[in-house]
Design a binder for this molecule. Structure first.
Ligand code: ADP
Ligand code: MG
Length: 375
């Protein structure tokens, strides 16, 4: 039986006095919170502060001891539970794809349960794979273990979107990824978010991620919502020292013209480095194993450029060497001024650069990301 479409869009979510205790201790303590339709709210706070519990009361994976949650004015306890969940997308860190099902089957599962016919499911799955930058032809029939962690995380998002829910709950979706991959996915998420037009409640423990993505940020501590507001409000008017210490990244107030490239580079781990003589097939295997989507190609010690996992997979199994498929990127010396590099990168529309020290690659510069950290 298909479940009812409960709401086509979110106008408001009102959380009123919600409390949940485990073994006599508060997991959430008298939480009240208003979320506007279309907004992206990020909850941040120490481990155990009640973020996950808050999310899970909204899709009724957890029933509160007291308090009420209204979506578009309707008390969610009065809605049918399965229908409610199918109207809310839920993305978690270890996304729990079914290992014996293909990527296509994983994404289409709920649509199948809802009784959609094969052609319609197929069309939706293809659309969603492309939407999360995984070419459908290449990924539909693969199994989860054949994908990198970052690619699996994209599939998790695609799966959450299958019923086109107006509300998305995301619990540290990028938390398990290494910093460079995380930044790449954040950037892509920023881009697709506008197309999604959804209300999103997103949990993180990374304040930079919150600054990059949020409309408003809610700070949680010890089962309570301590403060909620825009990044500026939290930075300039923190209600206590705890909030002040969370939002003070130490970088925000430095003046751009004093910053060096090394201040904002993402350091390079050796796992990114691949020799130009490696074959495309070998490189794909290596990147999947190392869980990276971008590799630095070197000729001896000399950096040539980068290759991206999706591009290599598109080439398929071939013994052709990656040296023939390198995308050139500009490089900057580590001690140089950031301002000059950013201006040049911006003029040339480059989204990535190497940071080098005496000709050796030491890290990456992602100009778009740097801009966001500076504003
Ligand atoms: P966060 O997501 O902010 O790290 P959680 O919401 O997961 O925090 O947990 C809040 C508190 O509730 C923690 O002290 C945690 O140990 C406790 N808690 C959460 N779920 C359970 C559970 N099923 N049983 C017992 N205690 C729990
Ligand atoms: Mg949690």
């Amino acid at each position: 039986m298909p479940s009812k479409r409960i709401f086509d869009r979110i106008d408001s979510i009102e959380i009123r006095g919600v409390t949940k205790k485990y073994e006599g201790r508060f997991a959430i303590n008298d939480l009240s919170l208003d979320i506007e339709g279309g907004e992206m709210l990020i909850l941040i706070g120490p481990s155990g502060s009640g973020k996950t519990t808050t999310l899970r009361t909204i899709n009724r994976l957890i029933e509160p001891d007291s308090g009420t949650i209204y979506i578009n004015g309707q008390n969610i306890m009065e809605l049918e539970q399965v229908a409610l969940r199918r109207n809310i997308g839920y993305v978690i860190q270890n996304i729990g794809l079914f290992p014996h099902m293909t990527i296509g089957e994983n994404i289409g599962l709920v649509a199948k349960l809802e009784g959609w016919d094969k052609a319609k499911i197929n069309e939706r799955v293809r659309y969603l794979l492309d939407f999360v930058s995984l070419p459908a032809d290449m990924f539909m029939d693969r199994y989860p273990h054949q994908l990198s962690g970052g690619q699996q995380q994209r599939v998790g998002l695609a799966r959450a979107l299958v019923m086109d829910p107006p509300l998305l709950l995301m619990d540290e979706p990028f938390g398990a990824l290494d910093p460079i991959l995380r930044k790449q996915l954040q950037e892509e998420f920023c881009l697709i978010r506008e197309k999604l037009g959804k209300t999103i409640i997103f949990v993180t423990h990374d304040i930079e991620e919150a600054f990059r993505l949020a409309d408003r940020i809610g700070i949680m501590d010890d089962a309570k919502l301590v403060q909620i507001g825009t990044a500026e409000e939290l930075i300039f008017h923190p209600v206590n020292d705890m909030v002040a210490s969370i939002v003070d990244t130490g970088k925000k107030f430095k003046h751009l013209d004093t910053l060096r490239i090394k201040d904002l580079m993402s350091p390079l781990d050796n796992k990114y480095v691949h020799p130009a003589s490696l074959s495309v097939s070998e490189t794909i295997d290596s990147m999947l194993e190392r869980d990276i989507e971008l590799a630095v190609v070197v000729n001896g010690d000399e950096p040539m450029g980068v290759v991206r996992l999706n591009d290599l997979m598109r080439l398929g199994e071939t013994n052709d060497i990656i040296g023939n498929h390198v995308v050139k990127v500009p490089s900057y010396e580590i001690g140089g001024f950031l301002e000059n590099a950013l201006r040049e990168l911006h003029e040339n529309d480059d989204s990535i650069a190497f940071v080098t020290d005496a000709g050796k690659v030491k890290g990456f510069l992602f100009p778009n990301d740097v801009f966001k950290q500076l504003v």
